[in-house]
Design a protein around this ligand. Sequence first.
Ligand SMILES: [Zn+2]
Length: 319
Amino acid sequence: MQTVDLGDGIRCIETGLYRHGLAACYLVREGDALAFVDTGTTHTVPHLLRLVAELGLTPSHVRYVIPTHVHLDHAGGSGELMRHCPEAQLIVHPKGAPHLIDPARLTVGATEVYGPEAFARDFGTLVPVPAERVVVAEDGHRIDLAGRTLTFVDTPGHANHHGCVWDERSRGFFTGDTFGISYRELDTAAGPFLFAPTTPVAFDPDAWLQSLDKLMAYEPRAMYLTHYCRVEAPERLVDDLRHSIRALAELALAVDAGPADDRADRLRVAVGRQLVADAVAHGCTLDEVRIRSLLEVDIELNAQGLEVWLKRRARRAES
Ligand SMILES: [Zn+2]
């Protein structure tokens, strides 16, 4: 499994989900103290432990496991990793903590999204984290990694259980999904191509735009994305992401204004068109079939997430 040394004691680790270059997680090292930010899935954990051994350290050197949010490409391996790291604390958003202590609802929710076979194959079995090893991180919670301060910043929008981790040393944020998705295959002369993952079940465009303002107020030099790796000069990228959040929300409302039948299918078609058009407008010269295959999982998840968002809006309007 590949890792990339990004300097400042930060390694970007390929998690192995679906294809190389889709999902990463990070190891932060300060002296002999280690913290993982995101974990990949249960299947990723043996690779994480091997990396620790390659550094000449042991699982006891892992002080913190910090999932940015409890979607399974980010937090699926948390329980299994904690089981192997006796000294580690799990640092997690207040709304995410109950789901890692008792992952039953996550399993049900993810099985609904992915289907039972794909869930078992891609994510394995979720291991519960003992409650006494969980530290609930409110907004601004500071984490001391051998003198290096990491700060947990509440960032709802992609999910209401999402936080980003500010690293003063590198002046970078570990952003999970809050700073969007940017696959390296879609880089162009104009730079990285960013888009918004509107994954089920708590997409909230207004909250997300506010969270981006909150991140940018730190004047970050870099963002460490789960999907995928580091992007620099975020001030030059953030408007593309704002555009993507607004465009996907507007697209969903437009589909909703149309005929009521086949709404899910029409959303999927519209999301696919939007993301491909955005990539092409960014200067991506790959053929459309290739762009679609790179975005296949995201088109499906974005369409599902927008469907859930429309239903939630409708319920709110009724009540
Ligand atoms: Zn997510």
